[in-house]
Design a protein around this ligand. Structure first.
Ligand code: GLV
Length: 308
């Protein structure tokens, strides 16, 4: 019942130590240890190739090393193999930190002050109370819900949108395509934390971003494919939108001459908002293997037809 790990070797060394100490009964093997053992039942990987999958006849579960699974080719996995996304406290904490930081930066006009400092201008602006701003989160999964909970104590008005209805205390929730324009119309700061699927690709386009109120700002911590960059730039230049914070882009890395890098009202970070922490990531996979061995439901199972 071996677990094969094929991601970053430095992190892999931490996974190995956690497995050795906390799950010595589950053999742990990495891609560097030689050819995959024939009894590999579990695979922890970012984007396994069809060639690797073909070498694993006993494979039952693929654990994504990340929260997203859009990098995987589901067609490469035999239908009986379960696909599981990463849910672990470290990745949630990182995303909460970044989301709160981006929200506060936008709320307190930091993009304006960064530009003013660059021009050596002393340019104060009136600051608005948090309660007068509505922060809306697209995507109410593990990460979206944790971010909304962390934003609550600041006093922002909070909204959330998801494909299927969700009730969250203190959050005005909306669901489904028909509700998207009215949800967007109220968001002063919009944060995208959706999974990337065929339904959500390009969701941050001119049509939807135009629904935001004038002066709104956008944060993308989902995937670069959610955003139509030309549409965002046009809406910033037309002054409909005030600023954007983008941790994900399409492509990645963003080419040095890309207009998003040069735009004075865009802050780009290189996909660092959050990543699986090896210690807690390994523990989350051990807990799921234990559930699987006990015949229980694992947490984070991906519905392949839905794409998340
Ligand atoms: C990172 O982007 C992840 O999916 O964990």
């Amino acid at each position: 019942m071996t677990l094969l790990y094929t991601s970053d070797p430095t992190r892999g060394a931490i996974w190995r130590a956690i497995f050795a100490a906390e799950a010595p009964d589950i053999p742990f093997v990495t891609a560097q240890d030689g050819g995959p053992p024939a009894d590999t039942r579990y695979l922890a990987a970012w984007a396994p190739t069809p060639a690797l999958i073909a070498q694993l006849p006993a494979l039952e579960v693929v654990f994504s090393i990340g929260a997203g699974i859009d990098q995987m080719d589901p067609a490469a996995l035999p239908p009986h193999v379960r696909l599981v996304r990463m849910i672990e406290p470290g990745i949630t904490q990182g995303m909460v930190e970044y989301g709160v930081m981006a929200t506060l930066m936008l709320h307190r006009d930091m993009i304006h002050y960064r530009a003013a400092q660059g021009e050596r201008r002393w340019a104060p602006r009136p600051s608005l109370p948090a309660a007068s701003r509505r922060v809306g989160v697209l995507g109410l999964g593990e990460l979206g819900r944790a971010l909304l909970a962390a934003l609550r104590p600041f006093g922002f008005a909070l909204s959330g949108w998801s494909r299927s209805p969700r009730a969250i205390e203190g959050v005005d929730t909306h669901a489904g395509d028909a509700a998207l324009p009215s949800f967007l119309a109220a968001c002063d700061i919009l944060i995208c934390l959706l999974p990337l699927t065929e339904d959500t690709r390009g969701i941050l386009d001119r049509r939807n971003l135009s629904c935001l109120p004038p002066g709104a700002a956008v944060v993308n911590v989902g995937r670069g494919g959610h955003l139509v960059a030309d549409d965002l730039i046009a809406l910033l230049d037309e002054a409909h939108l005030s600023a954007a914070v983008l941790d994900v882009t399409d492509p990645e890395p963003l080419p040095a001459d890309h207009p998003l890098f040069a735009h004075p009202r865009v802050l780009v970070t290189p996909h660092i908002a959050s990543a699986t922490r090896p210690e807690s990531g390994a523990r989350a996979v051990i807990a799921n293997i234990r559930r699987h061995l006990a015949g229980e439901e694992m947490t984070g199972i991906v519905a392949r037809t839905r794409g998340y």
